[in-house]
Design a binder for this molecule. Structure first.
Ligand code: GDP
Ligand code: MG
Length: 192
């Protein structure tokens, strides 16, 4: 059990357990078909130490910069019931977000901007770590969104950009390490 250390203060986003394990609740959001579940499955399959908590939730411990981090990855944005409350819930529960688009689908890139604005509105007072993820980078000939556009968008929205390919597993490990680093950066600057 957790001895009162589940963040009692809601502005303290990182949850620490008694064992000293640090949990990061990472929520994936983005248009249908951009590759969220494929990325989540790679995350889940990366090592044997992964527990499937539920249909859309995965847990895995990564060693990042010499320190363990346990990510609880939540891929329930596209719930089958189509209930809006689940998306509202997703906007509230993340310690960090991966906003995913496909570099082959401009509409999904535009949707990513919308989601960033929605997230900012939902969590106004918080400085939430976000990575903008341009997936399907293997499909070079179908590219509709340039790296430069992705970067410009990330600058406007004050987040990081990474292009990944779930299909050829390019930059996927870097993506999850990156989100851990983003949370830590904010945690460390808060401690000062
Ligand atoms: P979701 O709706 O965001 O969860 O998207 P899915 O993970 O279900 O992926 C949608 C489709 O895109 C599937 O057919 C995947 O195989 C394919 N896909 C996902 N990631 C990639 C990628 O990086 N490259 C390519 N070529 N296809 C991908
Ligand atoms: Mg999916």
């Amino acid at each position: 059990y957790y001895r009162g250390s589940w963040s009692s203060d809601s502005s303290d986003s990182v949850i620490s357990s008694e064992s000293g394990k640090t949990y990061y609740r990472v929520v994936m959001i983005g248009e249908h078909g951009v590759g969220k579940s494929t990325l989540a499955n790679i995350f889940a399959g990366l090592n044997t130490d992964c527990d499937v908590l539920g249909e859309d939730t995965y847990e895995r411990t990564l060693m990042v910069d010499g320190e363990n981090a346990t990510i609880i990855l939540i891929d329930m944005w596209e719930n089958k019931s189509g209930d809006d409350w689940i998306q509202d819930h997703c906007m509230q529960i993340g310690d960090a977000y991966l906003i995913v688009y496909s570099i082959t689908d401009r509409a999904s890139f535009e949707k990513a901007s919308e989601l960033r604005i929605q997230l900012r509105r939902a969590r106004q007072t918080e400085d939430i770590p976000i990575i903008l993820v341009g997936n399907k980078s293997d499909l070079v000939r179908c590219r509709e969104v340039s790296v430069a556009e992705g970067r410009a968008c990330a600058v406007v929205f004050d987040c990081k950009l990474i292009e990944t390919s779930a299909a050829v597993q390019h930059n996927v490990k870097e993506l999850f390490e990156g989100i851990v680093r983003q949370v830590r950066l904010r945690r460390d600057s808060k401690e000062k």
